[in-house]
Design a protein around this ligand. Sequence first.
Ligand code: H79
Length: 419
Amino acid sequence: MQWWLDAKFGLFIHWGLYALPAGEYKGRKTNNIAEWIMHDFQIPPQEYAQLAKQFNPQQFDAKAIVQLAKKAGMGYIVITSKHHEGFAMYDSACSDYTIVKSTPYGRDPIRELAMACQQEGIRLGFYYSQAQDWYDENGYEQDADNEAKNFRKYLDEKCKPQLRELLTQYGPVALIWFDTPLIMTADESKELRDLVKELQPDCLVSGRIGSGLGDYASTGDNFIPLLPTKKPWEVPATLNHTWGFNQFDTAWKQPEAVIRNLIKIVSRGGNYLLNIGPDGSGRVPEESCRILEEVGEFMQGNEESIVGTKALPVYPYDLGWGYLTGRSGKVYIHVLEEKPMVQLLNVCSTIKKVYLLANGEELAFEQRETCEGDACWNIWWPNDDQEAARARLGAAGKVDMVICVEIEEEEVEFEPIDF
Ligand code: H79
């Protein structure tokens, strides 16, 4: 799973029939995430299924989405192949409830995305709701009487056959992103894991397969861990509140907030899986594109401080003004605020060279002991002028000025601060 550890940043795509109501059904607006509208308004399956007849997303452009992800510096894409609503967004033979068989669109967008990903050299994984299926009478549903269902039948006749299709018809699959196991048993989760690994040994399995059987942990949606965890981890996150397109949700995170989250997550050793929700016509909301493009401007020039980095030992201070990332022989200091100069206390590694990552400008530095006897790095902006240096970095320095410190040692060493 080294590729996944190195990638750090991925694109999540939530797309299904829920993109049509887009947060409003029969004049009633939801204040929950839009892809839950069928559950939240308890829309009967046969009624909800009528949405398929209007689903004709001619604006869906797989290549443009892949390019958007690449420009943002993302290393993988995960798309909903079947969300809790139960609708297959790909050409599934074991159900009639699919985008190919029951919509006027009649095409398989997941095949188009898989082809575009292969052409552009980016990995593709599939979200698959393994336990919740609100269309299948034997699929689970949050807060429903699940004990009364024949889940075995659902597993054998829908879930496993569909996973088999996804893992045999679309080339190499980077990962299966399972979600909400609910009351699935450990044996059932293991059965799904075994099936994935039997068909594609290199395919990763997300933490939400249940019973701790994932290859990595998925944190709570939009929750960023504070401390190192036992397993590698990923934060699934939204750009506004919703995952699936919601026409009323305009609470967009600004690019600056997204870049800050990315650095925070990467500095703590995690991955950031950031979502877009194409609308019912297949278009990615303009605001999402704008945000990701700005993140891309930061990544151009600073990518080395994100992609392929490894979590450093825990730095004993909360810097407030920035974060540290690193790789063998290098520490990247992410400076997110105005500072006359940059000081790191209790760092004892030996500096070889210091420069601004995005343009290579060298920075003056000294290594010394403070009055208290702590090892310390002091770094100065050229001519003591941070703003001028920022201007020279252009878009790459707008939010974060990344300083690269090359050190003699493989791994940076921090002094303990308890004395
Ligand atoms: O796919 C996205 C979400 O649809 C899915 N995970 C991400 C990646 C997700 N599944 N469940 N949840 C998110 C949260 C569930 C929240 C709930 Fe509720 C709280 C379900 C029951 C209580 C929301 C509020 C629905 C009913 C009341």
